[in-house]
Design a protein around this ligand. Structure first.
Ligand SMILES: [Zn+2]
Length: 152
């Protein structure tokens, strides 16, 4: 399947400069429109409009399918969290950090033994895993903090 077309192969997913060519049966147009709307809850009237759109000429239907796919792609690069949701996510990250590393990196008896043995700070496998997890949680928290959350 050409990556420049929607998954059904019906419509281009790059900017449309000229009317897309080709003829497809209305059922194919409906299938492409439904695929472009995958995961979107649809009401009865939405479905009526999807069928109405499929009755338009093929170039128009292909362009609508293309627009829907491109809108989905653009949306993937945007935050869709509200400020309250982002705050909840950041609190969850803080809780996870506290849970994974309640002693703030002090470790356990095994950590201490390894540190004495190697004459430098060391961590046991469990605490190293906790430490690594906390680092990745904090990186995610920094991303949430740095990116402006879109309010809608
Ligand atoms: Zn340990």
């Amino acid at each position: 399947m050409n990556e420049h077309y929607d998954p059904t192969g019906y419509a281009p997913v790059s900017p449309v400069e000229d009317p897309p060519n080709g003829y497809a049966q209305p059922e194919t147009r409906v299938a492409a429109l439904r695929q472009a709307l995958a995961g979107v809850p649809l009401g009865r009237y939405d479905l009526r409009i999807v069928h109405w759109l499929a009755g338009w000429d093929d170039s128009t239907a292909r362009t609508v399918v293309s627009l829907l796919h491109r809108a989905r792609q653009a949306g993937r690069g945007e935050w869709t969290l509200t400020a309250a949701q982002a705050e909840t996510a950041r609190q969850a990250i803080a809780d996870a950090c506290q849970w994974r590393d309640p002693a703030g990196g002090l470790g356990c008896g095994d950590c201490l033994e390894l540190s004495v043995q190697h004459d430098e700070p060391r961590m046991c496998d469990d605490h190293q895993a906790d430490h690594d997890a906390v680092l990745s949680y904090r990186q995610l928290d920094a991303v949430l903090d740095a990116r402006q959350v879109k309010l809608w």
